[in-house]
Design a protein around this ligand. Sequence first.
Ligand SMILES: Cc1ncc(COP(=O)(O)O)c(C=O)c1O
Length: 408
Amino acid sequence: MSSHLMPTYAPAPVTFVRGAGTELWDDSGKRYLDLLSGLAVTSLGHSHPAVAEAVAAQAATLLHVSNLFRTEIGEEVAATLDVLIGDGVAAGGQVFFTNSGAEANECAIKLARRHGGPGLGGPNAMTGRYVVVSAFGSFHGRTLATLHATGQPAKHEPFQPLPEGFRHVAWDDLDDLERSIDPSVAAILLEPVQGEGGVKPATAEYLRAVRRICDERGILLMLDEVQTGLGRTGRWFGFQHAGILPDVVTMAKALGNGVPIGACWARSEVARAFEPGDHGSTFGGQPLAAAAARAVLAVMQEIDAPGRAAKQGERLRMALGHVPGVATVRGLGLLIAAELDAGRDAKAVASGCLEAGLIVNAVTPTALRMAPPLTITDDEVDEAVAILTGVLASARAPGLAGDQGKPR
Ligand SMILES: Cc1ncc(COP(=O)(O)O)c(C=O)c1O
């Protein structure tokens, strides 16, 4: 045994000790540019002073009292989120705070079942709507229910039997979605951009059509914005690109800029399906995490985080499009994947980048994901692209003799 931690991860051979903005330093003092933000979490950059101050002040004032008592900060953060979801006007919803993205989705799934009526095994067994339809290639979390919602059958296998009530359809395929709907369907759960699935945006037409189908059939539309939410795609929420309003929205990652907090927002008519005792969390929305979120949202509004993501995303996408060894670039805002030329191994390229002082992630065997802080500067974008260009030029594509980075 070389570690006291369970072997659920295979961490890269580097130990980070400090971060500031887009930069990280390891225990030898080496500097890195972080174009992953701890998996789309540190959207305001590492050690943002306003967040650090808010956390320190809250830690010295009140850390925790439990949800058996009222605190003010959670109310404030929920009200702000409601306005951001409504893109500037209150959307008229209510929030349940969690500690992670999976828990936010777990809340959404339970809410869909509660809203759908009595479920399996109740006095009116089989009369309620309880099925959640999600897409192949999706990622919704690692708890047993969110794992089943995750449309990746290989991830299900070791953990059978999983909770029932989940169904999967082809991504961005309206016909397949329509075929999956029967009277047992309570909700459709989608990411506006499949993040872990390879950075694959849904088309706006698809999301609008799903909204229409949900309205016609009395089904809840639930958007998982855990990775895409809070400015990352160039709008406050990914669904806003399609001009729709979902019934339920989940988020987490960027909300605390590194302090664990997630949220499940629902339209009030839907949220009212929960009664006291139906759901809970000891830590969810406690003062420390809520203070971090309040500071994060204030800074994001002040600097127009979505506008920055749109602008810097454009710069990064344009630059990546000219890098020899990159075949195509896709994504929205600052959630971007660079699909490498055939024969390139994304994992090997990501390792090469790490050695060269650039953090990116091999989101598929052939694609690199980039989700930098929304505060990334022009110079940092240019430096990151220069490092990647160097790594791709120096690494020969396996099986492609002589490919030293083909000129375009
Ligand atoms: C879209 C989406 N949903 C849910 C999750 C799960 O979030 P967490 O790891 O905080 O439980 C993730 C994590 O990557 C995600 O990207």
